[in-house]
Write a protein that binds this ligand. Structure first.
Ligand code: DGL
Length: 269
């Protein structure tokens, strides 16, 4: 079906998922929304996150999307189950795919999870992992400073390295062999996180598994694009158009000019 896929996040983090969707589904059109005016979601209340997600859903429906990916761990943790009961198009989040990928990757069944305060407190990764394999031992940690460090572009910096060492040193005591990057911003810090954790720990980026699940979902629902036209990408933000364009350009490794990014007032939806 030749309608676009909607992808949303609280800001730029969801671009890490979008990149993987573009790679695995190169023909598909995409409408991306980044809620740059209200980022971060990671320290917002449950009610606020559900309200924001409903507004974004309504906006994406005006763009005639055929399916939606919540490319934000925090919104997936809090709003996915609620919205899924209300919407009439397929919708997936990043958490179940991330849990599946981690369970496949671990050898010693010791898994670490890092994410925002809200995602970690929701314990949703723990639930999914226990469902998959009750023997898995889980250690989790909220890393709230990682998001602003990414937003400030401090991807490779001594400050980032120091903060990562502080957050992650206790994880090392649990001898985890897989670490879920349970926030869409964190893959942008993967070099630093890998250095701190050591080469024996495999970093799990839920993006790959999410794009794979999306592909399966579209196929099951007969929604894959069929007209053979080149993929078209549109980007919308609630603020910070220039900053978003810079990030998109870096993250997606393709030219995203500011002119391709549109600012909208999400409160109107
Ligand atoms: N994108 C969010 C997530 O994956 C992180 C940024 C935020 O707190 O809004 O949880």
């Amino acid at each position: 079906m030749n309608q676009p896929i909607g992808i949303f996040d609280s800001g730029v983090g969801g671009l890490t998922v979008t990149k993987e969707v573009m790679r695995q589904l190169p023909d598909e059109d995409i409408v991306y929304f980044g809620d740059m005016a209200r980022v971060p979601y990671g320290n917002k209340s449950r009610d606020a996150i559900i309200r924001f997600s409903r507004q974004i859903y309504r906006f994406l429906r005006t763009q005639d999307v055929k399916a939606i990916v919540i490319a934000c761990n925090t919104a997936s943790a809090i709003a996915l189950e609620v919205l899924r009961d209300e919407v009439d198009i397929p919708m997936i989040g990043v958490i179940r795919p991330g849990a599946v990928a981690a369970a496949e990757m671990t050898r010693n069944k010791h898994i670490g999870i890092i994410g925002t305060q809200t995602t970690i407190r929701s314990r949703i990764y723990n639930e999914y992992l226990r469902e998959i394999d009750p023997e898995i031992m889980i250690v989790s940690k909220a890393c709230p400073l990682f998001v602003p460090l990414v937003e400030e572009g401090l991807l490779e910096d001594r400050v980032t390295e120091d903060i990562a060492s502080r957050y992650l040193h206790e994880m090392k005591e649990y001898e985890i062999d897989a670490l879920i990057l349970g926030c869409t911003h964190y893959p942008l810090l993967s070099h630093t996180i890998q250095r701190v954790m050591g080469e024996d720990v495999r970093l799990v980026n839920p993006a790959f598994e999410t794009a794979k699940s999306l592909k399966e979902l579209l196929a099951e629902n007969n929604l894959l694009k069929t007209d053979g036209s080149p993929a078209r990408y549109r980007y919308y933000v609630s603020d910070g158009k220039d900053r978003f364009a810079r990030f998109a350009d870096q993250t997606l490794n393709c030219m995203v000019s500011v002119d391709a990014v549109h600012e909208i007032n999400i409160e109107e939806y």
